[in-house]
Design a protein around this ligand. Structure first.
Ligand code: HEC
Ligand code: HEC
Ligand code: HEC
Ligand code: HEC
Ligand code: HEC
Length: 226
């Protein structure tokens, strides 16, 4: 699969170079129906049909997926002031940001809000020593190389790619049962990556005179398709 893909990339690279100039990557089809394979984004790169209408690249879901526990970032990040990397500990040193193990939650919830139904669910995973089956919200195809470490260290903020997480799940009228859980804010498409790579100010800051060279490198197909 990898070898085949590499060939496809070689072939596509030549044609792509011609089309790239004339295409506007920033266009995301508006009003895209998540149930329908979206069309018309790019003539050479048809989009992925969504597998369950939630996580497919290119489609910004209008509804968050159903999660096993109504976890909300708003409570923990905005109200309690927790740092993203308290829970997503790997973001700075790995390609994955990672989702926290139950242990991290139980550090507090052994004692906090133990009478609430959502926390009882949490505790039952802990008692059974089972991981919480969180549904993935962001998922790139396997042939794309993406690393959190590189972006986080360069000074790209989590919210530039993930939207306003600190407000995600703000409880309307203080009613926990109406909280909206995480949904994806960005299309995760190739054009989205390329557009930021062409313009992000951290590249000027970090590379100075070599910024143009670095930007050229970041356009190279093999930066993201190894
Ligand atoms: C208290 C722990 C905790 C903190 C603090 C926290 N998160 Fe999360 N995060 C989670 C859990 C649990 C999930 C999985 C459930 C979900 O998707 O809502 C998650 C999911 C996510 C996801 C989606 C993962 C996927 O499946 O694609 C992103 C993106 C994310 N968090 C970003 C952030 C950012 C940015 C911050 C800081 C502003 C942050 N988180 C702070 C616990 C936390
Ligand atoms: C640093 C301590 C801390 C950690 C770690 C933490 N929480 Fe919380 N959590 C709280 C506090 C405090 C509240 C109550 C906030 C409020 O309502 O004022 C809360 C509230 C909640 C609620 C809402 C409970 C209700 O009122 O219905 C859920 C669900 C929840 N947390 C899940 C999680 C999960 C899942 C994790 C692990 C990913 C986690 N928490 C990690 C401190 C923590
Ligand atoms: C340059 C854009 C970008 C930045 C900056 C970024 N992310 Fe991500 N994040 C992504 C992409 C793309 C994915 C999907 C990765 C995949 O499927 O391989 C993702 C996936 C995730 C996930 C799902 C689990 C995983 O590791 O794949 C979590 C959680 C997450 N990000 C949290 C964070 C946090 C916390 C920060 C800041 C410390 C952050 N992200 C910064 C783009 C970004
Ligand atoms: C919000 C801006 C932004 C977005 C969106 C973004 N990137 Fe980046 N990316 C950067 C910056 C800035 C760098 C340069 C980091 C450096 O060289 O210090 C970078 C570097 C990279 C690198 C080089 C890593 C290395 O080891 O040399 C890869 C690979 C990469 N990005 C992949 C992606 C992919 C794939 C996506 C889309 C899913 C994406 N990026 C989206 C800002 C972004
Ligand atoms: C900055 C990262 C990045 C660079 C550079 C990049 N790609 Fe991609 N590419 C992606 C991502 C992310 C996807 C998956 C999302 C999508 O389909 O848009 C993708 C998807 C693809 C696909 C599959 C599209 C489909 O729908 O089947 C092809 C083919 C491809 N890229 C070819 C290329 C070629 C050729 C180049 C060099 C001109 C290139 N890519 C450069 C990130 C990148």
């Amino acid at each position: 699969m990898r070898h085949l893909f590499r060939k496809v990339v070689y072939a596509a690279a030549a044609i792509f170079a011609v089309f790239a100039v004339s295409c506007d990557y920033s266009v995301i089809p508006s009003g895209t129906d998540t149930a329908v394979h979206p069309k018309g984004f790019h003539p050479l790169f048809p989009q992925y049909g969504p597998s369950d209408g939630q996580i497919a690249t290119g489609v910004i879901p209008d509804k968050p997926p159903e999660q096993p526990i109504q976890f909300t970032h708003y409570r923990h990040v905005t109200m309690l002031g927790m740092d993203c990397q308290y829970c997503h500990t790997e973001a700075r040193r790995s390609i994955h940001a990672g989702v926290p193990p139950v242990e991290v939650c139980m550090g507090c919830h052994k004692h906090v809000k133990t009478d609430k139904p959502e926390i009882k669910k949490l505790a039952s995973y802990w008692d059974k020593r089972e991981p919480i089956p969180w549904k993935k919200v962001h998922d790139l195809p396997d042939y794309v190389y993406f690393s959190h470490e590189r972006h986080v260290r360069a000074g790209v903020d989590c919210t530039e790619c993930h939207g306003l997480i600190p407000l995600e799940g703000k409880w309307p009228d203080g009613d926990a049962s109406k909280a909206e859980v995480m949904k994806r804010a960005t299309p995760l498409q190739m054009g989205w990556c390329l557009q930021c790579h062409a313009t992000h100010p951290s590249i000027d800051n970090n590379y100075g005179d070599d910024a143009d060279l670095r930007r050229a490198e970041l356009k190279d197909c093999f930066t993201c398709h190894k």
